[in-house]
Design a binder for this molecule. Structure first.
Ligand code: ZN
Length: 247
């Protein structure tokens, strides 16, 4: 299978779905990480171009840990909007990757770049398969299944499905640690926040809900394809108790 994860900033995919992608990669699937913005506001000292270059190198190192392909979309951090050029770029990422499964941010996450990128993915995945939606690339041959990733911090998100990432938690953590510049930056703006500990708290809390040590959590977008997406998640998948078997 082709698996595509679209994260708003360098590091988001690692926090929310890094373990799930590691499981896909270990099972021999082709994994692509598309990072929408270049992180060019995330430094207390460097210029925008300088920090963007640092963050791209960090993201490349993280993707390389699981053999994932990186698509660096290079939009300005904090300034993402759903306009025609932007949506066209998203359509072309889907067309180039030809994914069977896509992961995107959900609509209630805290950051506008997260919410807007997620909405564009939701809105781009069907046009990506429409021939007369003309862009630089030919139409995708199918409409991919789509999962919404957990919100950062797990706030305002009701999981439907948990993926047990216990066996790859070390890899997920190593991927996140590649984003070394953000450790410094987040400690500066969020009052000493420990980035990796923050990720571990979320994965541990989701693990507790799922009855495993570490988990990542998702919701399924059911509009199309209508059923069967959960079977496409890797490893051990645990339906959320709160989902009440609704899927
Ligand atoms: Zn982010």
């Amino acid at each position: 299978m082709n698996v595509l994860a679209v994260g708003a900033h360098p590091d988001d995919i690692e926090i929310l779905a890094g373990g799930t992608l590691a499981l896909y990669a270990a099972a021999g699937h082709r994994v692509t990480m598309a990072v929408v913005t270049n992180g060019n506001v995330g430094s207390p000292t460097l210029s925008r171009d300088e920090i963007a270059a640092v963050r791209r190198a960090e993201q490349e190192a993280s993707a390389a840990l699981i053999g994932a392909e990186l698509v660096w979309m290079d939009f300005d951090d904090e300034w993402l909007f759903d306009d025609r050029p932007t949506r066209t770029a998203f359509i072309d990422v889907i067309r180039a990757c030809q994914p069977d499964v896509v992961f995107a941010h959900g609509p209630t996450d805290y950051h506008p770049d997260h919410r807007i990128s997620g909405q564009i993915v939701v809105d781009a995945r069907i046009p990506a398969a429409v021939r007369l939606v003309e862009t630089a690339l030919p139409a995708a041959d199918k409409i991919p299944h789509l999962f919404l990733m957990d919100n950062v911090g797990g706030i305002d998100f009701a999981p439907e499905l948990h993926v047990d990432v216990t066996s790859v938690m070390e890899t997920k953590e190593r991927m996140l640690r590649c984003h070394e510049s953000q450790d410094t930056w987040l400690r500066a703006i969020y009052d000493g926040m420990d980035y990796v500990a923050f990720m571990r708290r979320q994965a541990g809390a989701r693990g507790a809900e799922a009855g495993v040590t570490w988990a990542e959590s998702f919701r399924e977008v059911k509009t199309y394809p209508p059923t069967g997406s959960a079977a496409l998640l890797p490893g051990t998948v645990i339906p959320a108790a709160s989902a009440g078997g609704a899927r």
